[in-house]
Design a protein around this ligand. Sequence first.
Ligand code: ACO
Length: 431
Amino acid sequence: MSKEAKLELDGKSYTLPTVTGSEGEKAVDVSALRATTNYITLDDGYGNTGSCTSKITFIDGDEGILRYRGIPIEELAEKSNFIETAYLIIYGDLPNHAQIKRFSDLLTDNQFLHEDMKFHFQGFPSGAHPMAILSAMINAASCYDEDLMRWQWGKTKQFDVYVARLISQVRTIAAYSYRKSKGLPLIYPKQNYKYTANFLHMMFSNPYEDFEIKPEVVKALDLIFLLHADHEQNCSTSTVRMVASSQANLFASCAAGVCALWGPLHGGANQSVIEMLQQIHREGDDGSKFITAAKDKNSGRKLMGFGHRVYKNYDPRAKIIKVACDEVLSKLHITDPLLDIAKRLEESALNDSYFVERKLYPNVDFYSGIIMRAIGIPVEMFTVMFAIGRMPGWIANYKEIMDEPKSRIYRPRQVYTGKTINHYVPIHDRK
Ligand code: ACO
């Protein structure tokens, strides 16, 4: 049964249509509100605003459910891998044999950067943050392709090639940005390595000796990529959609996503979590002092890796990562004091009324950094790992609005609260 919302404003009555999603999520459609009432909705931080309808990812934050194209994240984590999941997210269905072969071949064919891009890497100072390099280089990569430069919205026949190029090259750029920051020679990708193994090779091999690719390390990193692959309308994905809506090309839109991801309240949280755990360890705190500070709004501290705008229950990705974390550390025979601190912090927070009342649980970033540390990824590269993982989600969201014939430029309104009319005063008359 279709429902309508009733709105009373200035003594007049309006009806607004409602929309119900395939999982029963309900929305009041306010798209005609301003035209009919002259009012807009005000929703700071967009906590109650659906910016689009989407068929890609479903999250039920109260129940702790996450599904890509309908498939539970737990099933994908157990049975799939990052590249197959990327295909699912971007194209809507799991690939058959021929489709995954074509996709893998395209990824391999597109993994090399244009040789001239090496000169761009040289231009960055050695201390440059890899996220800055990543975003700049994704944009720069598009300059080597004429079709991308003359991007025709919805018309390119090469879209599949660009998808593969972006997924493949983000990994090459990421590894190069690390090598550059260490002053190390760049290592080219190998044809016979699969996606994640090739990344580890480009990061850690040297010109004389190939890095030993351990299956447990590949599995753990591939899982991290897969768990980050999409997460509906988060800050970076919304940014990608915002930029895409202006009909900017795929690379420019995803480069903007990298910038949005960088902040510590979003993808940068994985770096902040490890820095927080290191600080607690250095100070010899058992975690209790930090928890007290995180509850005090004046301390400027937060329990990083905790809380989420959508999950008001355990983040299902954090559950999977916590198990993987124990597994990989044990297989690699590593004992990390930071893991003990993290577990203690989690236990204290989950029994503390401040965190319980606010429904603050560990999110995906709480344990992912400990795995990355164990497999040798430097802390400043953690958010870059997130960006590699999130690329399929950004691309799928880009494709979704590009495929929508009625898509409009994103252009929110505001309620102006500044000065009313205020005339120009010449400088000599100013106080
Ligand atoms: N530590 C301490 N208090 C917290 C935390 C935290 N990590 N997170 C939220 N709170 C408190 C807030 O201060 C607020 O308290 P109040 O009601 O007394 O004012 C309450 O919990 C609600 O939090 P909001 O800030 O309103 O939640 P919001 O949805 O705006 O923010 C966010 C979500 C950004 C994730 C927040 O929880 C946070 O900053 N967490 C730490 C950073 C982090 O881990 N980010 C990664 C997110 S997941 C991702 O991007 C992959």
